[in-house]
Design a protein around this ligand. Structure first.
Ligand code: FMN
Length: 261
């Protein structure tokens, strides 16, 4: 195992792309995916241990936090956490910090993946996908330099009471939203969404995808569907789909991604 390890949750690629860019900037790293239970949980040999994850509903994906509690980190390791959001980071880093104390943390924004809430360019500051990607690469390089220098963050991560309320309500909202998934006749039953779903919530039935309600709302199924056959409510048919331009569905399905120096 590399002395640098980054745990990553990513639904539509922004966080994985960011984690890869940090990994390149710190001389390589093993990126361990956390969409489901990570294949490695004991990283007590690692010198630097990072976490890159998206804000979901004012917090962090619950599966990510649940699995973070299984990870064994050396108390002397340099730990860092990066929360990605469209506009506001919420309390995800604070919740992670309660599980694994973070020596350094940063919040960064990127294109909004929550298609039923906002169009993807409604990030803060508002910008299109190309500019957002350039900005993201620049920020990852800056963070990598901080990590290499062993920089620490003195303040605790944000723990806003309003975000905490939002985060509490989130699981119920996500489940209700999941009941609205529709798969159109454009579905060619390629099975990509079945393989991509981190909760094994999608099956092929009667020649097309059928989506259940055990859904964390990562929206990978919808945003990566090659036929645009998946929707959640009318608004998602009208809005342009988005996933990170550098990350394929196949890459998101990996357990570990080794980034060499
Ligand atoms: C279900 C869901 C909930 C989200 N909730 C928030 C939120 O509360 N605040 C915010 O600023 N962005 C929110 N976002 C936007 C994502 O955090 C952002 O687009 C992130 O870059 C996605 O990372 P990924 O591509 O690695 O999945 C949400 C996205 C999804 C899919």
């Amino acid at each position: 195992m590399n002395k640098n390890v980054i745990f990553c949750y990513s639904g539509t690629g922004n966080c994985l792309d960011f984690a890869k860019n940090i990994a390149k900037g710190i001389g390589g790293a093993d990126i361990i995916m956390m969409r489901s239970k990570p294949v490695v949980t004991d990283v007590s040999e690692a010198e630097r241990v990072g976490f890159v994850f998206p804000c979901y509903g004012g917090g962090a994906p619950e599966d990510f936090l649940f699995h973070a509690a299984l990870i064994k980190v050396n108390p002397n390791a340099y730990t860092f956490g990066i929360s990605q959001s469209a506009a506001y980071a919420g309390i995800g880093l604070s919740r992670l910090n309660n599980i694994i104390p973070l020596k350094y943390w940063k919040t960064v924004t990127h294109q909004c993946s929550c298609i039923w809430l906002f169009p993807h360019d409604l990030m803060m500051p508002k910008m299109g996908a190309e500019d957002a990607q350039k900005r993201s690469e620049q920020l990852a390089a800056e963070i990598a330099a901080d990590v290499l220098a062993g920089k620490t963050t003195d303040k605790l991560p944000p723990n806003n009471a309003l975000n905490a309320l939002e985060n509490k309500a989130w699981a119920g909202i996500a489940e209700k939203k999941a009941a609205q998934f529709k798969v159109s006749d454009a579905c060619i039953a390629c099975g990509q969404c079945v393989r991509l779903c981190p909760r094994n919530n999608i099956r092929i039935e009667n020649g097309k995808a059928a989506i259940g309600t055990n859904c964390i709302q990562c929206l990978g199924c919808l945003q990566y569907c090659p036929e645009n056959a998946i929707s959640i409510g009318k608004i998602t048919d009208q809005r342009e789909h988005y996933h990170n331009p550098n990350i394929s569905a196949e890459e998101l399905m990996k357990d570990i991604i080794h980034i060499e120096e």
